[in-house]
Ligand binder design. Structure first.
Ligand code: GDP
Ligand code: IMO
Ligand code: MG
Length: 422
């Protein structure tokens, strides 16, 4: 029996969806514990490619139960679209997809605020209303999934929120304002459409764990987008790091058995904010084009750079990572030489840790060690022993520098392009 937390170790898009899909063969339940439709988790099954935003990536396995935990911010409109896409592909979520009563709902005004505030202070958000919804949650004005089913409460809460938002929209942002009645009509429709997904998630997870079922907690985003541990303010508004898995699901820390970090073999980032090993040159473009580094949610080009061992070492620390899945190793197949950042220069001094202030993160200069590439196609490798020597050396080097043990290796987007390390 395992209760495993799976986390992104860099700036998101490490390949979490693919690894959740692989692992969920051995888990009965998969839970999303934070974030919302800002996530884009890709799973390729046969010729079919799925991008999941809100529904856990375990949904592609018929016998897995999928849960949206209380820490998620749920956009009903985005969810219904996702359910529809799955249904068109003969994947039925009924009876095996559930939402916690305590999950906060994304409202139309959250997306309006997200877009207006982006113009004022550029973070490069996904525009999905994530930050404004978490603001309402923490200022105790949020509307939760349970509220959807109490008509009077729902109407009163929408009216109260819209009244307040309109004062801000009209007086501060020169916006014409929003109409409460339209939102009420829209959200009342969700009562019928979403009622079958209600569940007492806390009891269900607790009873399942007691009964010996295995649970996989699927993190969205990554450690450096974490509201506390990331490159603040260029972060998302939740805790993707492993601690968030408990507060976002109701599973207590004493029940967690292990933490798996997903680590991309190089580094990418979408949106604004410092990125010490970013390559704004032909090498960066080569990584982007071979790795097809374009956002699964927004289609934006991802910024690309060399592997940063100092960054991932920090992620291992804050997440308590026990083992790692290395993804996209094949993307490095055609590089003659591969650089790895092993330390930084900060104001002329060598440092071995990730700085805590945004000013210092912006001003560090990466110190690289250069390793020979393997100049070979590894996408057909089926086991660790089939990997070229230089690939194994690269894996040993980055795992030693970042302080982790490699458990899974991914050499392509498909299920069969994955193997476990003994
Ligand atoms: P997530 O947000 O962490 O789930 O990652 P995304 O789905 O946003 O981005 C990862 C992308 O890389 C997807 O297009 C995957 O299909 C793809 N991918 C995952 N693992 C591998 C791999 O090992 N090699 C290659 N070439 N692509 C991969
Ligand atoms: P997955 O789960 C990569 C980034 C946005 C922006 C910042 C804040 O697919 O790895 P937000 O909309 O959350 O307020 O945006 O966070 N971001 C992601 N980057 N992968 C993601 O999710 C992301 N979710 C948010 O680009 O910089
Ligand atoms: Mg993604």
């Amino acid at each position: 029996m395992s209760v495993t937390v799976l986390v992104g170790s860099q700036w998101g898009d490490e390949g979490k969806g693919k690894i959740v899909d692989i692992l969920s063969e051995d888990y009965q339940i998969v839970v999303r514990y934070q974030g919302g439709a800002n996530a884009g988790h890709t799973v390729e099954v046969g010729d079919q490619k799925y991008v999941l935003h809100l529904i856990p990536s375990g949904i592609l396995r018929d016998d897995v139960i999928c849960i949206v935990g209380n820490g998620v911010v749920l956009d009903p409109e985005a969810l219904l679209k996702e359910i529809d896409v799955l249904a068109k592909n003969n994947i039925n979520v009924e009876g095996r997809f559930f939402i916690s009563d305590q999950t906060h709902l994304i409202m139309p005004y959250h997306k309006i605020f997200d877009s207006i505030q982006e113009k004022e202070k550029k973070i490069g958000t996904t525009g999905r209303g994530i930050g404004p919804c978490y603001v309402d949650k923490y200022s105790r004005k949020g509307i939760r999934f349970c509220d959807l089913f109490e008509t009077e409460t729902l109407i009163a809460k929408i009216k109260e929120n819209v009244k307040e938002k309109n004062v801000i929209l009209k007086n501060i942002y020169d916006h014409p304002g929003i109409n409460a009645e339209e939102i009420i009509t829209q959200y009342l429709q969700y009562q019928e459409l979403l009622k079958s997904y209600r569940k007492d998630v806390i009891s269900f997870l607790s009873d399942s764990i007691t009964a010996g079922k295995s649970v996989l907690l699927e993190g969205a985003q990554g450690a450096f987008l974490d509201i506390d541990f990331g490159t603040y303010p260029f972060v998302t508004s939740s805790n993707p790091t492993s601690g968030g898995a408990c507060t976002g699901s109701g599973i207590p820390p004493t029940k967690i058995t292990d933490v798996i970090g997903i680590v991309k073999a190089y580094t990418t980032r979408v949106g604004e904010g410092p990125f010490p090993t970013e390559l704004i040159n032909e090498t960066g473009e080569k990584l982007r084009s071979i790795g097809n580094e374009f956002g699964a949610t927004t289609g934006r080009a991802r910024r690309c750079g060399w592997y940063d061992a100092t960054l991932v070492k920090h992620s291992v620390t804050v997440n308590g990572i026990d083992s790692v899945a290395i993804t996209k190793l094949d993307v490095l197949d055609s590089f003659e030489e591969i650089n790895v950042c092993t330390a930084y220069l900060l104001n002329g001094e060598k440092i071995n840790h990730f700085p805590s202030t945004i000013e210092n993160i912006k001003s560090v200069i990466p110190i690289y060690e250069t390793l020979p590439g393997w100049n070979q196609d590894i996408t057909k490798c089926k086991s660790y022993s089939e990997l070229p020597k230089n690939t194994v050396d690269y894996l040993n080097f980055i795992s030693e520098k970042s302080g982790f043990k490699v458990k899974i290796i991914s050499v392509g987007p498909r299920r069969d392009q994955t193997f476990f390390v003994d």
